[in-house]
Design a protein around this ligand. Structure first.
Ligand code: FES
Ligand SMILES: [Fe+2]
Length: 390
């Protein structure tokens, strides 16, 4: 059982917290490129408890800066986005994407006061229409992982942005090492709703589940295996939890990655990236930024509609409370994956707190290779068979 102190340690991710320091060592999705255009080139975002403004400048570069101006604190969300940065609407101080103050219209240039100002700013990189940011120490910045389904061009891509999840990020992640939840939460729910074949897990009883810690030079996580009743062999599917806050999952006729970005301790924004390989292995016709769909998980009364996986999962996670009361839990044998993930998280927090590096980070830009999460020879057909949209 987890103590109250441990529950706090694993979940709280604001600036200065141990888990916050750990999560800041990884790149996180902070938005989608399609949300920023010439008409509206800026967006207020909260990431890991920090109030920030995400913008696209006139030259097409991205910036992520502290919301409150270093001069007297007005919101840069109301600032003017220019070619080389964002200018505060109050007295016109301008910042570039590195946080340098590059203009102070009412200070005398001889004093060079602007050189003393360093505004909070984080690097942003676009990949397959997703905007990734790094909020950790600059000298520790890892190479942005090149996930295969984001990098490949032989498929159709799509981004889904569900409604904000009103609970702590760890609840979503623990679910990624909880394979038995698919039976009732998804399969049985859909069966009762008249869609018995959507996920036919109720036909095939899971006999055993297994979990394996996998550590590679550029990512690490927990791989899951399922043993179905009546089958000798375990069913190997590429379905890992990628440490600390990503899920890779086979879906109908393709694959998906779910990036779970903590907004603050009690809210999480999930970005679901989908990839459906072309039948002939040739590049897809359109390889621009993928289209974006915004998903509603609740109906007009504010209740979960439970019609799809996303709504069903969000129901389970949110109703555990804004921050799940883990000391009150009663874990069983089927929760082994959750215990394993908590231990992994605790170990990595300790590693960072004692000055070390956590697992799964590539610090060598020369080894910037595409990270293959789909085993050689694994086909979209097999993915469809194994679809388990967790
Ligand atoms: S508060 Fe931003 S320029 Fe003065
Ligand atoms: Fe699920």
């Amino acid at each position: 059982m987890l103590s109250r102190e441990e529950n706090e340690l694993l979940t709280r991710i604001g600036p200065g917290t141990p888990a916050g320091r750990l999560l800041r060592r990884y790149w996180h999705v902070v938005g989608v490129a399609a949300e920023l255009d010439k008409e509206k080139p800026k967006k207020r975002v909260k990431i890991l408890g920090e109030d920030l403004v995400l913008y696209r400048d006139g030259r097409g570069g991205y910036g992520l800066v502290g919301e409150h101006c270093s001069h007297r604190g007005a919101s840069l969300y109301y600032g003017f986005v220019e070619d080389d940065g964002i200018r505060c609407a109050y007295h016109g101080w301008k910042y570039d994407a590195c946080g340098n103050c590059i203009d102070q219209p009412f200070e005398s240039p001889e004093v060079r006061y602007k050189e003393e100002i360093k505004h909070r700013a984080y690097p942003v990189v676009k990949s397959a229409g997703l905007l990734f940011a790094y909020l950790g120490p600059q000298e520790k910045k890892p190479v942005l992982p090149r996930w295969d389904i984001l990098a490949r061009d032989d498929g159709v891509k799509k981004i889904e942005v569900p409604q904000v999840l009103d609970c702590n990020w760890l609840q979503a992640m623990e679910n990624s090492v909880d394979p038995v939840h698919t039976y009732y939460l998804h399969s049985h729910t859909l069966k009762l709703k008249g869609d018995p074949d959507h996920v036919p897990f109720h036909y095939q009883k899971l006999n055993k589940i297994d979990f394996e810690l996998v550590v590679y030079p550029s990512w690490a996580g927990i791989q899951k295996q399922r043993f179905f009743a009546g089958e000798e062999a375990k069913v190997e599917t590429p379905h890992p939890l990628i440490f600390p806050n990503i899920l890779f999952v086979p879906v109908r006729a393709g694959y998906a990655m779910h990036f779970r970005t903590p907004i603050d301790d009690a809210h999480t924004q999930i970005y679901q990236f989908r990839f459906r390989p072309t039948d002939d292995g040739k590049p897809a016709a359109d390889n621009g930024d993928p289209p974006v769909a915004f998903l509603r998980t609740k109906d007009e009364r504010g209740e979960f509609h439970m019609n799809d996986f996303t709504s069903q999962d969000h129901m389970a996670w949110e109703t555990q409370g804004p921050l799940a009361d883990r000391p009150a839990e009663h874990l069983g044998e089927s929760d082994r994956g959750i215990l394993m993930f908590r231990k992994l998280l605790r170990d990595q927090i300790r590693a960072v707190e004692s000055g070390g590096d956590p697992i799964g980070l590539n610090m060598d830009a020369k080894k910037d290779e595409v990270i293959k999460l789909i085993p050689e020879g694994y086909t979209a057909f097999e993915a469809a068979q194994a679809a388990m949209e967790t």
